[in-house]
Design a protein around this ligand. Structure first.
Ligand code: PLP
Length: 389
C-alpha cells in the first residue's frame, strides 16, 4: 500500500518509542523504572472523575459544538490574564494541546514557510511543521543561557520566509521558564515582524517552582498574532481525557481552526469536556498539591544528580523534567545520547529519553513525574551504571 511522502518524512516520537520499549521489558518481567513519560503519575482528582461520570449519566453521548461547549470555553477564558480580555469566542477546544498545536500549524503555514523553534524542544513541533510542508528553523540554545533563546538569536533567525515562532515556557525538555525581561526582549523583536505568528505553548504553566511563568497573552501589543496553547493534561493529571485548547484574539485563526477541526475530528470528547469544565471551575487545591509534590521530587532528583561527579544539570524552574548533560561519559563505548539511554536501559534498567530526540545530543531527559522511591532507586542505578563507564 502506498504511504504518503508526507508521513514518511515524519519521525516517530522518541519518547513514546522509549516508553513502549520500557513497557515491553516490564511485561517480560524486567524491573525497569520508567523516567520517560511526559505525564503526571497522579490519577485525575476525584471531583473531576465524578464530573465525567455525571456527564455519562446525563447522556453527554452526542456530538458537541466544533469549538467545544460554551461553558468550558468561558471557564478557559477566565484562566487567561484578565487584561487580555479573552471570551469564549476566542477559544477552540480540541483533543489535547497536541491537536490544538497541529490545527494552528496547519492553519497558519504554507508550503515553504519557516517556523522558528528554539531547541531543545518538544519532539512534535518540528514534525508538525514538516507535515504542513513548511520548514522548521532550529535555534540552538545552551545550558549557559539556561536553555533559552535570546532576542538576538531570534532576530538573527528571522528571514523573509519566517511565519511562525513556537515558544514553549515552561519548557519540555529543559524545564526553563522565560523571565519577564527575556520575554519583553523577544516581544520587542516580534513587534518589528508583524508577519510572524507566535505560538505560545503554555501547557506547563501551572507547574513552576518559585518563578511565575509570564503568559504571551499579557502582551497586548502583539495580541492579533499570538496563539496560546494549553490544556488540562499536565496541571490536572488528565492526559488520557485528551482536552486541550487554543486561544487567540485573531478571529481568522480561530475560524480556521474551527473549520479544520470540523472536517477532521468534529469536536473533543464531550464527556471529557464536562470533566475539564469542572477542572477549571472547581477546587484548585489539587493543582497546588501535585505541584508541591513535584517540587519535593525536583529537589530530590537534583540532589541525587549532584552526587554524580561528571553530570552537569541545570536547575529547572518548571515542568517535571531534568535535562542533564551526560556527555562527559561519551567516548569509549558510549558516543551519543541514544547509546546512553540504551546503555542505561540495559545496564541500569532505567528508561529515559535521548536528548537527541529534543535536538541536544549531549543530554538525556529524565521525567520526575514518578514516586520519590522510584527517583531514589533510579538515580542509584544510574550512578552505578555511569561509574562503570
Ligand atoms: N506541549 C508540550 C510541550 C508537551 O510536553 C505536551 C505533552 O507531552 C503537549 C504539548 C501535549 O499535551 P496534550 O496532552 O494536551 O496533547
Amino acid at each position: 500500500m502506498q504511504i504518503s511522502d508526507r508521513i514518511q518524512n515524519v519521525a516517530e516520537s522518541g519518547s513514546l518509542k522509549m516508553a513502549a520499549r520500557c513497557r515491553e521489558m516490564q511485561a517480560a518481567g524486567v524491573d525497569v523504572i520508567s523516567m520517560t513519560l511526559g505525564e503526571p503519575d497522579f490519577a485525575a482528582p476525584e471531583h473531576i472523575k465524578e464530573a465525567a461520570i455525571a456527564a455519562i449519566r446525563a447522556d453527554y453521548s452526542h456530538y458537541g459544538p466544533v469549538p467545544g461547549y460554551p461553558a468550558l470555553r468561558e471557564a478557559i477564558a477566565k484562566t487567561l490574564p484578565i487584561e487580555a480580555g479573552f471570551t469564549a469566542n476566542d477559544i477552540v477546544v480540541s483533543s489535547g494541546a497536541k491537536q490544538s498545536l497541529y490545527n494552528v500549524v496547519v492553519c497558519s503555514l504554507n508550503s515553504g514557510d519557516e517556523a522558528i523553534i528554539p531547541t531543545p524542544s518538544w519532539v512534535s513541533y518540528s514534525e508538525m511543521v514538516k507535515l504542513a510542508d513548511a520548514r522548521p528553523v532550529i535555534v540552538k540554545t545552551s545550558a549557559e543561557h539556561d536553555w533559552k533563546m535570546t532576542s538576538e538569536q531570534l532576530a538573527a533567525a528571522i528571514t523573509p520566509k519566517t511565519r511562525m515562532l513556537i515558544l514553549c515556557s515552561p519548557n519540555n525538555p529543559t524545564g526553563s521558564v522565560y523571565s519577564e525581561k527575556e520575554l519583553d526582549a523577544i516581544v520587542d523583536v516580534l513587534k518589528k515582524h508583524p508577519e510572524v505568528t507566535v505560538v505560545a505553548d503554555e501547557i506547563y504553566n501551572a507547574i513552576v517552582y518559585g518563578k511565575r511563568a509570564k503568559s504571551m497573552a499579557e502582551y497586548g501589543e502583539i495580541s492579533d498574532r499570538v496563539v496560546i496553547i494549553n490544556g488540562v493534561s499536565k496541571a490536572y493529571a488528565m492526559t488520557g481525557y485528551r482536552i486541550g485548547w487554543m486561544a487567540s484574539k485573531n478571529i481568522e485563526i480561530v475560524a480556521a481552526c474551527k473549520r479544520l477541526q470540523g472536517q477532521s475530528t468534529t469536536c473533543a470528547n464531550t464527556v471529557a469536556q464536562k470533566a475539564a469544565e469542572v477542572a477549571y471551575t472547581g477546587d484548585q487545591s489539587c493543582v497546588e498539591e501535585m505541584r508541591e509534590e513535584y517540587s519535593r521530587r525536583r529537589k530530590l532528583i537534583l540532589e541525587l544528580m549532584s552526587e554524580i561527579p561528571q553530570v552537569k544539570c541545570s536547575v529547572p524552574d518548571g515542568a517535571f523534567y531534568v535535562f542533564p548533560d551526560v556527555s562527559a561519559y561519551y567516548g569509549g563505548k558510549i558516543g551519543s545520547s541514544h547509546e546512553m539511554t540504551e546503555y542505561l536501559l540495559n545496564e541500569a534498567h532505567v528508561a529515559c529519553v535521548a536528548g537527541a530526540d529534543f535536538g541536544e545530543d549531549k543530554c538525556i531527559r529524565l521525567s520526575y513525574a514518578t514516586s520519590r522511591e522510584n527517583i531514589r532507586e533510579a538515580m542509584a542505578r544510574i550512578k552505578k551504571a555511569l561509574e562503570k563507564l
